[in-house]
Design a protein around this ligand. Structure first.
Ligand code: NDP
Length: 427
């Protein structure tokens, strides 16, 4: 087992070595990281159009997440300071409180065909439902390989919404996200649906509102981790519950509340080469499912148990196969670090990370505020932007934090001063 004490203080090279020494990273992934093996240009050129280059982002590690009794180290790809530190901190407290539990409600993708111009909505709907078994067969014939893998079309429903008759198909896409396979199936259904309904298809496409792929993560944090002072801890627990309520009633707060959740979710979705636009779209639509946009998580203070209990549910149609997942060397390293999870396990890890990130943000917000932790990292970013070397960063950060204006101009002035007066005694 890796000792995480001092992990944050190591150099990237030392961190890789520690992971390898403790079998948390395979020798092949270790080599890839050491060689800075990024996405080859030729591969990138196959992935999109009009390619001119590649954009690198930092890949970090949030270690030691206890999820359903197993420990995982989560790779996170994000450029935002403090996100990884906050997730790691929350993971530590939640582990000591018993860890996360997850529930995968179901794992199916939905596709839809929208029909217009039916002369009789009711008889069109009945005709489609009467042909349901044949339509499901037709969808499966359009993508036989997923049926061979144990998946395929499972259920077909029809709803009339104003001037549209919408046919929904639920598909078990196994380890893939399934956008292309579902789109293929939906397009294959169009001629038969038009014939049965007497209408015309407006479009046939997957829906990112994956309500048949809901995943829940839960945790219960002991009050002692909110504050050593018992009375203070109780007050913070009450405030945490209120912060959760605020995100249920005020969309201005809900938006930022959910952004904090996606700080974690996006970072792991991106690290695993998944389509983060799809996950964002589904998550935000789910947040508005009641008709108002709400916070995706709920926190309650259980006074009897002496715990704050968190719960986060959202659609998580994540993939371990397909798309560009096998193509990017950094993504293969991410899967290695995760221990090659299947799609359901990965979905649970992602939602757990979102909940951890949310806990860290709320704890800071109702406690000493979010800026205390942020400013140090902001000062470090400014020091780097000003061109400070590794040795110059610590004194520059220290002086920047004490300065009146925390901006690039101040950072540059202090850096000039450090360089011009290297022997001066610094505050
Ligand atoms: P793919 O088209 O890559 O299909 C999945 C592939 O994975 C298939 O080739 C399948 O092989 C292979 N596979 C290997 N093992 C498994 C397994 N165990 N279970 C399932 N499949 C397996 O990807 P998707 O259909 O998942 O589509 C995802 C891509 O579509 C993403 O790049 C996404 O960005 C994009 N997209 C998203 C849209 C949206 O979100 N609205 C719309 C359009 C595209 P085989 O065929 O042999 O079974």
């Amino acid at each position: 087992m890796v000792s995480w004490t001092g992990f944050a203080k190591k150099s990237p090279q030392e961190r890789r070595q520690a992971l390898k020494n403790n079998q948390a990273l395979s020798p092949a992934s270790f080599e890839k990281l050491n060689k800075e093996e990024l996405l080859p240009l030729e591969t990138a050129n196959q992935m999109t159009e009009n390619l001119i280059g590649r954009l690198a982002l930092p890949m970090s590690l949030a270690p030691d997440f206890l999820v359903n009794g197993q420990t995982y180290n989560l790779p996170m790809v994000t450029e935002e300071p403090s996100v990884v530190a906050a997730a790691s901190y929350a993971a530590k407290l939640i582990k000591r409180s018993g860890g996360f539990t997850t529930e995968i409600h179901q794992r199916q993708m939905l596709g839809q065909v929208a029909l217009t111009g039916c002369s009789d909505w009711q008889s069109a709907k009945e005709a489609i439902l009467a042909g349901k078994a044949d339509l499901i067969d037709l969808a499966n014939q359009a993508h036989p390989s997923i049926v061979k893998r144990g998946g395929g079309a499972r259920e077909l429903t029809v709803e009339q919404k104003e001037n549209f008759l919408i046919v929904y198909l639920a598909v078990d896409t196994q380890e893939a996200m399934g956008a292309n396979m579902v789109n293929t199936m939906m397009e294959a259904l169009v001629p038969k649906l038009e014939e049965l309904s007497g209408g015309q298809s407006l479009m046939a496409i997957l829906s990112n509102y994956a309500t048949d792929s809901l995943v829940t993560a839960q945790c219960a944090v002991d009050l002692r981790f909110l504050s050593r002072n018992k009375e203070e801890a109780k007050k913070l627990a009450e405030k945490l519950e209120q912060a959760s309520q605020l995100a249920q009633i005020d969309p201005y707060r809900a938006s930022t509340h959910n952004k904090g959740i996606f700080n974690g979710i996006d970072a792991l979705v991106l690290a695993t080469g998944n389509d983060w636009r799809a996950i964002e779209a589904g998550g935000h639509t789910y947040a508005a499912a009641s008709g108002s946009y709400r916070g995706l998580s709920q926190w309650t203070y259980d006074k009897e148990a002496g715990k704050v209990k968190g719960r986060l549910t959202l659609p998580m149609p994540i993939a371990t196969k397909g798309g560009s997942i096998g193509l990017n060397p950094s993504v293969t390293v991410a899967f290695d670090l995760l221990g090659q999870p299947d799609a359901k396990t990965l979905a649970g890890l992602i939602v757990s990370l979102g909940l951890a990130q949310n806990f860290a943000a709320l704890k800071a917000l109702v406690g000493k505020g979010i800026q205390a932790g942020h400013m140090k990292l902001q000062a470090k970013s400014l020091a780097l932007l000003a061109g400070a070397t590794e040795r110059e960063i610590p004194p520059l950060v220290q002086e920047l934090l004490a300065a009146q204006h925390l901006n690039l101009e101040t950072a540059q002035k202090i850096l000039d001063d450090i360089r011009n007066n290297p022997n001066a005694k610094r505050t």
